[in-house]
Design a binder for this molecule. Structure first.
Ligand code: IPM
Ligand code: MG
Length: 385
């Protein structure tokens, strides 16, 4: 797909993964089928294995063949990876390594994690209604650098029965600039405010982060308001007054922690989608992976109680960012809001007086609401035809 052009079709590699992954991805696939049938945008899906599922089948959390399929596809839709069954595997063989390899080998350096509170869920948060109602923040997490990938790393024997574990936090100017640019660009389309988060008070890599973000801002983004915050303070401010934020840009590890925290502002981890994006290539293609930010939740896997909305909303992000189908993405997001307004709830977001449904029935509710929305707009289309 070339930048800006609306694609008429595309290819998606679907990697449901472990735990509740397959259940929630199945519901997003039904939404994709609906879009194909009703909005004239057909995606061709290929299925693959990642994480524990791939460990079981191939002895590795991601095969080279699946890695290549991910690189070749227009986008990847992923469920979740991991589970207690694989906890004791060697570090390199763990399900999580499959996900980390996808991110690294596709160079998906910008991870977008929106935390938006749907009006119907403002009371589902553990925080007070007035603190979270109307919340709309976006965390841009650096995803291919920092302590997740830095060298040296490892556990070594240092004698006398002692061992030493090492990981390295490392960032370069280019890594900071490219993720900073994504954050500033997106801020221009939102509230025009970016808060850059690090620990410049104790870490050289954090000081570099701050200095480089300041340089980038001065050179290219003076129209966006920039502020800085230490990560510990940010963790506190996110629960004290989350609405002070518009876009937060931060490193891989702080972004991991702060985005889990931000998700709970919205009522449930089961609501939050994410997009991981690479750079736009010369041919117009951009590698991208979409996944709910929740994990594989092995305790509820296979019970049909998981919330599929985060994956459905991830699919909406896929339409928006990989295929420039913002109208379809808006439609799906509006539909999810309407389903919640109607009182339909999976267990994680259940409130008194609301209707408890299964994973499948939540998918079903989204499909019927999509039908309703389509009927609503049908007369207009006919009049215009
Ligand atoms: C996330 C997850 C992953 C991470 C794990 C599963 C490797 O927590 O996407 O936030 O730490 O990045
Ligand atoms: Mg995480």
């Amino acid at each position: 797909m070339s930048a800006g052009a609306k694609a008429a079709a595309g290819t998606v590699l679907c990697l449901p993964g472990d735990g509740i992954g397959p259940e929630v991805v199945a519901e997003a696939r039904r939404v994709a089928d609906w879009i194909g049938a009703n909005r004239g945008f057909r995606l061709t899906f290929t299925d693959g294995l990642v994480g524990g599922a791939s460990v079981e089948a191939h002895g590795t959390p991601l095969t080279d063949a699946t890695m290549q399929q991910a690189i070749d596809a227009d986008a990847v839709l992923l469920g979740a990876v991991g589970g207690p069954r694989w906890d004791n595997l060697d570090f390199k063989a763990k399900p999580e390594r499959g996900l980390l390899r996808l991110r690294k080998d596709m160079d998906l350096f910008a991870n977008l994690r929106p935390a938006t509170v749907f009006p119907a869920l403002a009371d589902a948060s553990t925080l007070k209604h007035e603190v979270v109602a109307g919340l709309d923040i976006l965390i841009v997490r650096e995803l291919t650098g920092g302590v997740y990938f830095g060298e040296p790393r490892g556990i070594t024997d240092i004698g006398n029965g002692q061992r030493r574990g090492v990981n390295t936090q490392v960032y370069t100017t280019a890594e900071i600039h490219r993720v900073g640019r994504v954050a500033f660009d997106i801020a221009r389309k939102r509230g025009r405010r970016v808060c850059s988060v690090e620990k410049a008070n104790v870490m050289e890599s954090g000081l570099l982060w701050r200095e480089e973000i300041i340089k980038l801002h001065a050179a290219e983004f003076k129209d966006v308001e920039l502020s800085h915050m230490y990560a510990d303070n940010c963790a506190m401010q996110l629960v004290r007054n989350p609405k002070q934020f518009d876009v937060i840009v931060t490193d891989n590890l702080f972004g991991d922690v702060l985005s889990d925290e931000a998700s709970m502002l919205t009522g449930s981890l089961g609501m939050l989608p994410s997009a991981s994006l690479g750079a736009r290539q010369a041919n117009g293609k951009m590698h991208a992976l979409y996944e709910p930010i929740h994990g594989s939740a092995p305790d509820i896997a296979g019970k049909g109680v998981a919330n599929p909305l985060a994956t459905i909303l991830s699919f909406a992000m896929l339409l928006r960012y990989s295929f420039d189908r913002s109208e379809d993405a808006d439609l799906i997001e509006r539909t999810v809001g309407a389903v919640l307004n109607a009182g339909v709830r999976t267990r994680d977001i259940l409130q008194p007086g609301k209707r408890l449904v299964s994973t499948k029935d939540m998918g079903e509710a989204v499909l019927s609401e999509l039908d309703r929305q389509a009927r609503k707009s049908a007369p207009r289309q006919m009049a215009g035809a």
